[in-house]
Design a protein around this ligand. Structure first.
Ligand code: AMP
Length: 421
């Protein structure tokens, strides 16, 4: 028996309407904010993801890297920002000197330990806004993330926000942080022992160490902001306040990837079931476009996990998708010729139709037809074939009528229209 790859899942027909619902909501809000969709490849050259300055645990330990048959080293994208910036630079989309606003929906791959809300193939909806370092754009992007969640009807969420300052602030902060945690090396978890050498900022959002008493007095990046960075952060918060965005400053929030600076944020569920699960997060980045060969352009973006959004929607019973009723079931009880052309005529007139593909006992065929839950069953047998008619059973009134075959479309259209009306 073949099984799906660990950490992946199938979206089956009863689940796909939920995905379609979510995708439609995303497209609606992105249209209102005037963000355009981009679709980049799932495969990128290894170097696009594994950049010299990228030291995050995720990129270092969780990517699917492999060589193709021509010995090219490739990576399945673990997130989409890097690929989008690669496309932005490769296609010189910055040439118009204007702000570019993109959104994306699609799968990513990370070799993680699968658990609730965590998969090896998962999908993200995200946005990127490039070519402006205005604090207003930071506030607008946070507002977009917040308003999107609200528009889905998901409550009990908060924006957790922080500033990690510019690169200069971070050099100083990093030094102090390493000094602080070095005195607790023995108490750090194994991952954080490594992070102390490679990516000390990440220790701050370690789920294990953050619960320990030694963590209490750890320095926060907020205390290392210079005046300019601090002022910038205050203005972002002021905008959010005025726009009624429910936020809280989380002084330990740093986020996983190395390319962030200034504003970083997460949208966190505070509901009992999802206890503090991050539905999405993002931040500003200043070095990424340059790192990928482009000009000195900054950007800001966020990404939501689609699976987690669906989890939050399902937990709050917010989607109740009722499959549409089938208009017609065409039940053919004999070897009726030109069946496809009849089905085609119905469908050309926007009538949804199912049919039987084999002929058996009438009772069995009729039960199968009823199971499809149609509004009408059209019966075409020997008599109907001889007389050029079709028998129409109306399942709501339980009445039956014999209709001339040439009139059947007109008849059904009128019937279906009255019903809908
Ligand atoms: P990140 O790209 O790590 O900042 O994650 C952004 C969002 O993507 C998270 O808040 C999650 O909602 C989602 N996410 C990240 N990794 C996974 C995963 N392995 N499985 C499911 N969702 C994920």
């Amino acid at each position: 028996m073949y099984q799906k790859v660990k950490g992946t899942y199938d979206v089956l027909p009863n689940e796909s309407p939920y995905w379609q619902f979510l995708e439609q909501k995303i497209r609606e809000i992105c249209a209102i904010y005037n963000f355009s969709e981009v679709r980049t490849p799932i495969l990128e050259h290894y170097e696009v993801i594994h950049r010299v300055n990228e030291d995050s645990d995720m990129v270092k330990k969780q990517t699917y890297d492999f060589k193709d048959l021509s010995d090219r080293l490739l990576t399945l994208r673990p997130e989409q920002t890097a690929g989008i910036i690669r496309a932005y630079v490769e296609n010189k989309l910055y040439a118009n000197q204007d702000i570019s606003k993109f959104y994306y929906i699609g799968p990513n791959f990370r070799y993680e330990r699968p658990q609730k809300g965590r998969f090896r193939q998962f999908s993200q909806f995200g946005v990127e806004a490039l070519n402006s370092d205005s604090y207003l754009l930071d506030a607008e992007i946070v507002a977009l993330a917040y308003n999107f969640i609200k528009s889905l009807g998901i409550n009990e969420i908060k924006v957790e926000i922080n500033s990690i300052g510019d690169s200069q602030n971070r050099i100083e902060f990093r030094k102090t942080l390493v000094e602080y945690f070095t005195s607790y090396t023995e108490l750090l978890c194994d991952d954080c022992k490594n992070r102390l050498l490679t990516n000390p900022l990440r220790i701050l959002d370690c789920k294990v160490c953050s619960k320990e008493p030694f963590f209490k007095n750890a320095p926060s990046p907020l205390n290392y902001l210079n005046n300019e960075s601090k002022e910038r952060f205050d203005k972002v918060l002021e905008e959010l306040e005025n726009a009624n965005i429910d936020y809280v400053v989380n002084p330990n929030l740093v986020r996983g990837l190395d390319y962030y600076d200034h504003t970083v944020f997460e949208i966190v569920s505070y509901s009992e079931e999802l206890s503090h699960l991050a539905l999405g997060g993002g931040g500003r980045y200043s070095s990424l476009v340059k790192e990928l060969g482009g000009p000195d352009i900054t950007g800001i973006g966020f990404a939501f996990g689609m699976e987690r959004l669906l989890l939050a929607l399902n937990n709050s019973n917010l989607i109740n998708i009722v499959p549409p009723l089938l208009d017609v079931y065409l039940l053919v009880t004999t070897n009726y010729p030109y069946k496809i052309s009849l089905l085609q005529d119905l469908r050309k007139n926007n009538i949804t139709v199912e049919t039987n593909y084999t002929v058996g006992s009438f009772k069995n065929m009729f039960i199968k037809a009823l199971n499809k839950n149609p509004k009408y069953i059209l019966i075409a047998g020997e008599d109907e074939f001889k007389n050029n008619t079709i028998t129409v059973k109306n399942l709501s009134t339980r009445t039956e009528e014999i209709v001339k075959k040439t009139n059947i479309i007109k008849y059904l259209k009128k019937e279906l229209k009255t019903k809908k009306g």
